[in-house]
Write a protein that binds this ligand. Structure first.
Ligand SMILES: [Zn+2]
Length: 1014
């Protein structure tokens, strides 16, 4: 309760202005902090009180179930331009569900004024006051408790009133303050809220659990030159009596909603208005100088809101929607009902400054938060253990929304590489967790906001949509949303409505429910690999399932019995019908193996998991793998684009897990030279990046001087700045840093942060990390993650970032401890030696390392590092020899390749310069013009050539060049994927014999630092 003590200091010099009833002017009011217990605790309370901080996680921090809030009235006067205090008044009407003597509410960083607390019977005509025996505060549970002199009777209603004092903190949670610089460089303050998950209690005492929905009437006091916003439209504004220059805004009473969705903003922001659907007022707010950059989200937001209304067939229930671009926000966006907050650097958009990728991110965030208006806001999980229902749906639906907003991006296809294949990596660890998790206290609740909840949630919802068919899926959703509107639900409720729809449309047999299927995906961690072993004539297959683990640790035996209800879909070479995505058959959780007949003869391939709609991997016998590889080489377009990406991802990960030889997996890459679609390339690049990461520290990476390339289209700008900083010194770094500081365009600023971490100068990198922790140097609190990751990704910076993290752990983001886990994950990605593991364990076991909110990440990070060590032992030499056997290990040849790459590079640039007019692309060309007043010299923009058959692979090489030197294994790997494989006569071990030649040395071939032969 550090803040309570602070209050006494603040209020000693501060004139009190009451907010109770808005017009009162209390004098000399007694303020009492409830940070100490005023009476002896009862035996029952004592038994619930922890003995030590470690025991906190075992304490039941849930509110008693005796009271239910019905209506809140909240008045807040935040002194945004003063000493950041908040005068508050709360009135909450409650219904008694079980007779009780106590009123228990959540409260944190607030002090109540004891003598203003009143409890009134509110059922009858006369409001009888109930005497209060005592009040106390329980800091462990974050409870305010008022004990009554008489029992509050079941079935009756009572109203609690109190005045309190709060504080606009600078910790990006609760009701907090933040600043931005206006065009003249003056600091402007504003106040904004972030209540999810358990921070509403920091702004006003409340029943801060998602199932305790109530209506809210919000009153905010503001200075006349500022604006206030809340979830509902403004109802009236009145001058604040006795306070010149202040007014009170009263907002309409809200629909029933959870406390974590209440929101306020007090600022001097400007807005753009549009309207959506049935006259819903839609406004986007941003700091005045940036409002023009909000045009795009203004159009996008209203369009998506109307689209979702049609998609769910449920109207948006509020009369307005405000979206506020906020300079400092813990998350990328927050879905507060009717008042969405978004991080301004993500959502403000200027096509001359932002890349296409940045625009995609923006659309992702906006469509995600808007989807929550239905999933989360209208229907809310009872408790945080079903958080995945919120986040999984919003993540999946955001792809549906993005596909509607920008059809050319093919977002529904990209789901596989951007979401599903990504989360496979975490969910393939033994230390992964089930999606539906029991959580109790605030720290555990915060910790579950991770990739599993979002990305696995979205992936299994997508799987469900495909096995039910979209029509049935949407009908089930509509019935679920209508049944639980303004109320709460759990996953079983959703399963029930989807089952009813599925049975009605005959998508599932009467004997099978959605719950039976989906419980296997939500109540256990991980996912299966389906193994397809075809008979010798090919016409039948033995299909089995097994828990997929990236690396089975020796002691592992715990999880081998996991099985799932797996929707099977497949096609064959003769049919090649990839649209049949509804399940043709099911593999039950009781089936370890089943037999499938009627497959084509053995000279034709089969592919399972069409369009990768199922949340599982597929492995085949070597013969079928080779048929698939041959098809890719002969005519890859016969295979659906998503399945091409799937084949690459499955093959590489099966090889990583030791279930397929790298010889086959790398052979899949051979066709990529002809691939013109993004998706398979994304899969390829992200999988190669693992190999790259492992190889990275086996050789130094000398910088490639690419001076001269200054500015290109926004889509490549970061890469080029990175190259310049890498090759340059203090001067170049300072140049970009000053660009960052002087830029007024928030959406542009973010593009400088990452390149600044590319320096190869140890002093600069250490200084950069320090700057990141010190917002007075010009960065923002939520920038630290970008700054840290940029240094951690840099091969020179990794050790600096690791040392920094371990030394400063407890100073880093103390208000968002969960984010430390993300930093830890990033910096340890390339840990692959026993020494690395020792360092990591030493750090994690240190008693001074506060692991609150990161315990699961810590386990995952340890497992990943151990996997990497095992991977290196097993695969490093196999891959090195694969390269050698393909003729890429000789320095002479490599020089030849390098030379040709340089020529290609030049050709590419020349070609682009002469012919870019012929390729109207999505990125913006800035030829012969200027970027922020500086001349643009060289262009090389490969996005425009993706459609150009022969140029694409050259451009991929070109892109690889600035990042990696020609002599590294990385480039060799990249060259491998560009080249056709050598004829069979080449010295390459036959497939399936990979194990036999792992780790063998080769006389005279020391190029890749292989152990020399004695
Ligand atoms: Zn969300």
């Amino acid at each position: 309760m550090r803040i309570s003590i602070l209050f006494f200091i603040i209020y000693g010099t501060f004139a009190l202005k009451g907010v109770n009833g808005m017009e009162t002017q209390p004098s000399g009011m007694e303020i009492q902090a409830h940070n100490s217990v005023e009476r002896p605790l009862s035996t029952e309370e004592l038994s619930r009180t922890p003995k030590s901080p470690e025991a906190i996680s075992e304490v039941d921090t849930r509110l008693p179930t005796s009271l239910k809030p019905l209506r809140y009235r909240i008045r807040l006067q935040p002194f945004v331009n003063g000493n950041f205090s908040i005068f508050g008044f709360l009135e909450v009407e409650m219904e008694v569900l079980e007779t009780t003597y106590n009123i228990t509410l959540h409260m944190l960083d607030i002090i109540t004024k004891n003598d203003t607390v009143k409890v009134l019977g509110s059922g009858g005509v006369e409001q009888r006051q109930v005497g209060i025996k005592s009040q106390h505060y329980d800091p462990v549970r974050q409870f305010y408790v008022a004990q009554m002199e008489e029992a509050l009777m079941k079935g009756e209603r009572y109203t609690l009133q109190m005045e309190f004092l709060g504080y606009l903190n600078d910790q990006l949670r609760g009701f907090y303050r933040s600043t931005y610089k206006d065009v003249d460089g003056n600091s402007k303050y504003f106040a904004v809220t972030q209540f999810q998950s358990t921070h509403a209690r920091r702004a006003f005492p409340c029943f801060d659990e998602p199932a305790l929905k109530a209506t809210f009437e919000v009153h905010l006091a503001r200075e006349t030159w500022m604006t206030s916003l809340s979830n509902m439209p403004l109802a009236a504004t009145r001058p604040a009596k006795g306070q010149e220059g202040w007014v009170w805004d009263r907002f309409e009473r809200s629909v029933p909603m959870s406390t974590y969705l209440v929101a306020f903003v007090v600022s001097d922001f400007s807005y753009i208005a549009s309207s959506s659907g049935e006259g819903i007022l839609f406004r986007v707010w941003a700091q005045p100088s940036a409002i023009r950059q909000a045009e795009y989200i203004s159009q996008l937001g209203s369009k998506i809101l109307a689209f979702y209304e049609a998609y769910f067939n449920v109207s948006y229930p509020l009369p307005k929607m405000d979206m506020v671009a906020v300079p400092e926000l813990q998350a990328q966006g927050m879905e507060n009902w009717g008042l969405i907050t978004l991080r301004d650097r993500i959502v403000l958009y200027d096509p001359d400054v932002n890349s296409v990728r940045a625009k995609e991110k923006l659309v992702e965030v906006v469509t995600h938060e808007l989807a929550h208006q239905w999933f989360g806001n209208l229907v809310t999980p009872f408790w945080w253990d079903d958080l995945w229902l919120n986040e999984g749906f919003a993540t999946f639906v955001s792809f549906v929304g993005s596909a509607h907003a920008e059809p050319s991006w093919k977002k529904m296809e990209k789901f596989t590489t951007e979401v599903l294949q990504k989360v496979f990596e975490t969910d393939g660890l033994e230390s992964s967790h089930q999606i539906s998790l029991p959580v109790n206290n605030a720290s555990e609740i915060s910790e579950i906001f991770d990739g599993i909840e979002y990305n696995k949630g979205a992936s299994i919802i997508r799987m469900m949509m495909y096995f039910l068919g979209e029509y049935t899926f949407r009908k089930g959703l509509n019935s679920y949303l209508n049944a639980f509107a303004y109320s709460n639900a759990e996953q079983d409720d959703l399963w029930e409505h989807l089952t009813a729809a599925a049975h009605r449309d005959r998508k599932l047999p009467e004997s099978l429910s959605v719950k039976t299927i989906m419980d296997t995906w939500t109540l256990q961690k991980g996912f299966p690999v389906v193994k397809v072993a075809r008979s010798s004539d090919g016409t039948s297959a033995d299909v089995s399932q097994e828990h997929f683990l990236l690396m089975k640790e020796k002691k592992s035996c715990r999880t081998q019995d996991l099985r799932w209800w797996v929707p099977l879909s497949y096609t064959s070479q003769g049919e090649a019908n990839f649209d049949q995505t509804e399940a043709i058959g099911w593999m039950k959780d009781s089936d370890q193996r089943i037999s499938i007949t009627s497959l084509p003869p053995k000279d034709q391939w089969v592919i399972f998991n069409l369009q990768q709609t199922g949340y599982y991997r597929v492995n085949y016998d070597d013969h079928n793998w080779n048929l698939l590889i041959q098809q890719l080489k002969d005519d890859h377009e016969v295979i659906h684009i998503v399945n091409r990406a799937q084949i690459i991802d499955d093959a590489m990960n099966l090889a990583r897990a030791g279930q397929l030889s790298y010889t086959i997996a790398l052979d899949v890459f051979a066709y990529l030279g002809k691939e013109r679609e993004h998706l398979p390339w994304m899969s390829g690049v992200s999988n190669l990046s693992y190999v790259i990461l492992m190889f990275q520290r086996t050789r130094a990476f000398p910088a490639l001087k690419l001076r001269g390339i200054r500015i290109i289209s926004p889509n490549r700008r970061s890469e080029v700045m990175c190259t310049a900083i890498k090759a340059g010194g203090e001067r170049e770094w300072n140049f970009v840093w000053n660009e960052y500081l002087s830029s007024n365009a928030e959406n542009e600023k973010i593009s400088f942060l990452e390149p600044l971490g590319c320096s190869r100068n140890v002093t600069i990198l250490s200084r950069y990390l320090e700057i990141g922790l010190n917002p007075s140097m010009g960065t923002r609190k939520d920038d630290f993650k970008i700054i840290f990751n940029s240094v951690a990704k840099n091969s020179i910076g990794r050790q600096i970032a690791w040392t920094f993290l371990t030394k400063r752990w407890n100073d880093i983001l103390p208000f968002a401890k969960r984010k430390r886990g993300m930093l830890l994950r990033q910096v340890t990605l390339s840990f692959n030696t026993p020494r690395d593991i020792k360092d990591l364990e030493h750090f994690l076991q240190d008693r001074n390392t506060d692991l609150a909110e990161v315990t699961k990440t810590a386990d995952q990070v340890k497992e990943r590092a151990r996997n990497n060590v095992m991977w290196m032992e097993k695969n490093f030499h196999e891959i090195v020899e694969f390269l050698e056997d393909h003729g890429y290990a000789s320095p002479k040849l490599c020089y030849g390749i390098f030379k040709s790459v340089v020529i290609v590079n030049l050709l590419c640039v020349v070609h682009i310069q002469f012919s870019f007019h012929a390729f109207p692309g999505t990125g913006s060309f800035l030829t012969g013009h200027s970027f922020r007043g500086k001349p643009v010299s060289v262009l090389h923009e490969c996005d425009h050539f993706i459609e150009q058959k022969n140029m694409f692979r050259f451009c991929m090489l070109l892109l690889a060049l600035p990042m990696y030197p020609s002599t590294s294994p990385v480039l060799l790997l990249r060259v491998v994927v560009m080249r056709r494989p050598p004829p069979p006569s080449a010295a390459m071990p036959p497939s399936g014999q990979g194990q036999g030649w792992v780790g063998r040395c080769r006389p005279g071939r020391r190029y890749l630092n292989l152990p020399a032969c004695r």
